[in-house]
Every structure is written in structure tokens, then in C-alpha cells.
Write a protein that binds this ligand. Sequence first.
Ligand code: ATP
Length: 239
Amino acid sequence: MPVTLLSVQKVAVRYGAIQAVENAELAVAAGEIVTLLGANGAGKSSLLNACMGLVPLAGGQVHFDGQRISGTRTEHVVRRGMTLTPEGRRVFPGLSVADNLAIGAAASPQLRRETAARRTEMYDLFPRLHERQKQLAGTLSGGEQQMLAIARSLMSNPKLLLLDEPSLGLAPNIVDQIFDIIAALRARGVTILLVEQNAELALDIADRGYVLAGGRIVLSGTPGELRASGLERVYLGAH
Ligand code: ATP
């Protein structure tokens, strides 16, 4: 039996009167790519942010790698081995590629000691970043910034990477490159929870998926099951 890395139980997220996530149940096993699908505003980012401790839970629990992490600080979550590449490629524009990467290893003294070695691994995985290591992140192309954002998350050597909309706003050929990288990461032993609006693309590489609509998980299953169960209706709000 594969080890369950992430377990989300009855999670709720509220922003004042807005109920962004309700009673969400989700699990990710080691070695899987799991995708979380849903239309704009369905609550996908809120659920990822709740797992990371970036927004408080209004209910429920999150366990990671056998420990309860809900209620702990984000730094602790990162040190335990889970990181998030947030939506919108939030790199530090005024810092070089190399310095942006170094920040990704800042969560603990041990990670800081491993900065140089991890950076070499990242340059191996992303040759484009190697070529541009001294360039200011703000002057990179959109695709390069997305690569940097992913590489920065990987600097903490995560067991589980949460990826929030990596394809957003990128040209199709760059999106293909990013998805090739996601597949390569899994081959290197990184487990991935992928939030995507582009369902087709995500289902092509995922082992399993969940669909959020109006803050609730309304469907889950293998890509084949999800494709067969009228995903489009969910997106159009028929559930
Ligand atoms: P998108 O694909 O557009 O990023 P999403 O599925 O990630 O959407 P969320 O960003 O989690 O959805 O938003 C879920 C709901 O919570 C939306 O109605 C959104 O407006 C609301 N929301 C998100 N963040 C906040 C906030 N900080 N304050 C108030 N409401 C928020």
C-alpha cells in the first residue's frame, strides 16, 4: 500500500461571510500526481493555502507525513517537506535567479547549508535557469519565471509539491515544457498536488483527480472516471 502523504479531513475555509471551502476531503499518496480541478472561484487556491497554513482553517484537519500540520506555522510545514508554488509566479523581481533560489532554502539552517548543492540540482533540471542565473528575475519571460517559481519551491527538498495553476497565462509550447517538468519531478520522487483550470492537460498527467465546485468536492476519481462523469457540467455549475 502506498503511504498517504497528505490527508485533508473535513476542511473549511472562510473569509468573513464568504465560505470558500466546505467539508473538503482529499488524500495524496506518495508518488502520485493528483489534480484538483474547478472553475474560477471554486476554492482551489484556498484549499492549497489552508494546507500550507497560509490561511486559517475554519474547520477540519490536515495531516502530512503522519503528523497533524493544521494549526502549525507555514515554516514548520515547509520543514516537514511540503511546499507551494503559488499562483501568479511570485518571484522576487529585483533579485537574481540565483538569489531567488537561495530564498527557497531559507526555512532551516540545514536547508541553508545545502543551498549550493540544491541550486546545482535545480540548474540541472532547469538548464534555462542555469544560463540566466545572474539575470534579475523580473526580466525573465513568463515561462522562465514559472520555472524559477517551481525551482524555488523545490529548493526546500519537498516530498510533496503543491502547484497552483502553473499554466496560467503561458503560451502553449511553454505550458508543454512546464508539464514535462512536472512529469520529470514525479520520476525524481516528488509527489505533486496540481491545481489547474486546464482540466484536459492536468488529467493527461494525473493519476487521480478531484473537482471542486462552490467550495465542495463534487467529484473524484481516475482521469478516465472524471472524463466519463461529465466534468463540463460541473464547470458550468450544474452541480
Ligand atoms: P481561481 O481559479 O480563480 O484562482 P480558486 O478556485 O483558486 O479560483 P479561491 O481563490 O480559493 O478560488 O477563491 C474561493 C472564493 O473565496 C472566491 O469566492 C474568492 O473570491 C474568495 N476569496 C479568496 N480569497 C479571499 C480573501 N482573501 N478574502 C475574501 N474572499 C476571498
